[in-house]
Design a protein around this ligand. Structure first.
Ligand code: ZN
Length: 295
């Protein structure tokens, strides 16, 4: 196992990162190494390239690279609509993109943060590309935006925040992980399976600090966004979500509400509802980075 791990980690890294116009030029090799401040003491780890040919999205906001970079991930897209409210024809992928854009707009207003979206159109990305974008851009925080669904229980409503754990906090969390991870299973082929054993080992070795930061942000998000959106109780849950598996980027998945519930769906589809979510998230991000700067 160790020989396998070493061989995998030391394998030549693909050099096929193609920054799109507006994105900062990046050294793909340097980017695959854990950044020193995030690295566990004494451990140098090279992460295998999760998805070789990602076109990196542009970064909006101040040009100063010292400004925190937040990557917002609009869940689903392209041939993967995510959850659907069949009665109204609402699709999760449309709602998540609108909310991601609203968060970007709100974050850019203060001029303090740099922002990139993993997708800015109706486009399909595998889950590893989503956190791969965040890693290669050197993101300081990754937020994946989703909408929940409970077809059998149309009364279910409320927002929740997920951080990574191999052990789900409850049955609902396990079910949600199964549903959200399904995005990578295309025509019966699991696109995420390839490097999962490697990423699990790396998670064990290096991810403790990242998990702590993710949990801190989740706590702050629940508190700061509470005036703007209704959370489930408890709001912070744990699940084995592939999109949260970046070993050195604090990451949360925000379920903004239930698309299967008429009231929640109406809110998260509306420009006003999306702006409230964006305000809450922005407030939480502001508090989180102020706290990080004070450490
Ligand atoms: Zn989703």
């Amino acid at each position: 196992m160790l020989a396998f791990l070493a061989a995998t980690l030391l394998a030549p890294l693909p050099n096929s990162v193609l920054p799109s116009s507006g994105a900062a030029p990046l050294d793909a090799r340097a980017d695959m190494t854990m950044r020193p401040s995030r690295r566990a003491p004494g451990i140098t780890v090279r992460i295998p390239d999760p998805a070789p040919a990602i076109v990196l999205p542009p970064i909006s906001g101040p040009k100063d690279p010292k400004r925190p970079l937040v990557v917002i991930d609009a869940g689903h897209g392209g041939h993967d609509p995510g959850a659907i409210n069949a009665e109204h024809g609402w699709r999760e992928k449309d709602i998540t993109l609108a909310i991601a854009r609203a968060i970007r707009t709100e974050l850019l207003k203060g001029g303090r943060f740099r922002v990139a979206l993993t997708r800015d159109e109706d486009e399909y990305l595998i889950l590893q590309e989503r956190y791969g974008v965040a890693r290669r851009l050197g993101a300081d925080l990754f937020i994946s935006v989703h909408a929940d669904a409970a077809i059998a229980n149309p009364q279910a409503r409320g927002a929740s925040i997920y951080t990574l754990s191999e052990v789900a906090s409850d049955r609902e969390a396990a079910r949600l992980a199964t549903r959200e991870n399904r995005a990578d299973i295309l025509n019966g082929v699991d696109l995420s399976a390839q490097s999962s054993s490697v990423s699990n080992i790396l998670i064990d070795l290096t991810q403790r600090d990242t998990m702590n930061r993710s949990a801190q942000f989740a706590k702050i998000l629940e508190r700061e966004a509470a005036p703007y959106m209704a959370f489930l109780s408890p709001a912070h849950r744990f699940a084995s979500l592939v999109v949260l598996k970046s070993p050195d980027t604090p990451s949360v998945l925000l379920e903004t509400g239930y698309i299967s519930n008429d009231e929640d769906g109406t809110t998260i589809r509306s420009a006003a509802g999306q702006q409230r979510i964006a305000r809450g998230v922005t407030q939480a991000i502001t508090v989180y980075f102020a706290r990080m700067a004070g450490r």
